[in-house]
Design a protein around this ligand. Structure first.
Ligand SMILES: NC(=O)c1ccc[n+]([C@@H]2O[C@H](COP(=O)([O-])OP(=O)(O)OC[C@H]3O[C@@H](n4cnc5c(N)ncnc54)[C@H](O)[C@@H]3O)[C@@H](O)[C@H]2O)c1
Length: 256
């Protein structure tokens, strides 16, 4: 059972057509938020909306490519026009990490990944802050980083650079907007059981039992809903004295 700790709040979740973004949107709706499902995958985004509505929640889809400024502005306007305001945003949309060592990185993929994972997160932050500032009633923004925002991973130079950048921009925005009670935090997930991770296991011919202990003090992968729970706490007034920080939802990986 989820307590209605987001009652009367309006939330945007980017990248909510799949994976952790989808679980986050569903959990927020269970907590009684009105949720804007923002993604460039229209079909799967509408599936998320339907699942939320079938479960008795409130949600609406808006198509957005977070790397495009005018589309991000339209996304924020959509939330305000549809539900009257914006209280919470989870900037979660990102591309699959790159896969080459530093001396050989693919320059085209670097540009694409940076435009979504870094610039896209910054654009969302910019226009969400403008809306919250205009409303004058505070707000909570959660940027999704990664263990790669704190630790190097091999063959991930663009992803690691982008996720370190997400942590940095989170601190800057928290510093600048704290006086208006707009809180800005990040969540840094560890190894989460998504199709992406299952694909990597298959590629390297590993089982969860063999691989998980290297990444998790709990000897298992995380579930998308466990990451959503961290965002839910940051989104709610239960975390009212928390800003400029990161929740390391990584089963202790970065504690070593
Ligand atoms: N899966 C993991 O183990 C893991 C670990 C640490 C951090 N993360 C981070 O968590 C977040 C979610 O990861 P996931 O595994 O659920 O990803 P996913 O690939 O399952 O979902 C990403 C979603 O973002 C959307 N998206 C991608 N580019 C977009 C764009 N330009 N505009 C709008 N939507 C776009 C996709 O359509 C998809 O719905 C990401 O920020 C990722 O970097 C994931």
């Amino acid at each position: 059972m989820t307590f209605p700790i987001l009652e009367d709040k309006v939330a945007i979740v980017t990248g909510a057509a799949m994976g952790m973004g989808k679980e986050t949107a569903k959990l927020f709706a269970e907590a009684k938020a009105k949720v804007v499902i923002a993604d460039f995958n229209e079909e799967k985004g509408n599936e998320t909306v339907n699942e939320i509505k079938e479960a008795g929640g409130e949600a609406a889809f808006v198509k957005v490519d977070v790397s495009k400024s005018e589309q991000v502005q339209a996304m924020v306007k959509f939330a305000a026009d549809t539900y009257g305001k914006l209280d919470v945003a989870v900037n979660n949309a990102a591309l699959t990490p790159d896969d080459k060592p530093a001396a050989e990185f693919d320059e085209d993929y670097w540009d694409r990944l940076i435009s979504v994972d870094l610039t896209g997160t910054a654009l969302c932050l910019k226009y969400e802050l403008q809306q919250m500032e205009k409303q004058g009633n505070g707000g909570s923004i959660i940027n999704i980083s990664s263990v790669s925002g704190f630790r190097p991973q091999p063959k991930n130079i663009a992803y690691v650079a982008a996720k370190h950048g997400v942590v940095g921009m989170t601190k800057v925005a928290a510093l600048e907007y704290g006086s208006q009670n707009i809180r800005v935090n990040s969540v840094a997930p560890g190894a989460i059981d998504t199709p992406m991770l299952r694909g990597a296991l298959e590629q390297f011919n590993l089982t969860e039992e063999e691989y998980a202990p290297q990444l998790s003090l709990l000897n298992r992968f995380g579930q998308p809903r466990e990451i959503a729970q961290a965002s839910l706490w940051l989104a709610s007034d239960a975390s009212s004295y928390v800003t400029g920080t990161t929740i390391h939802a990584d089963a202790g990986y970065t504690s070593r």
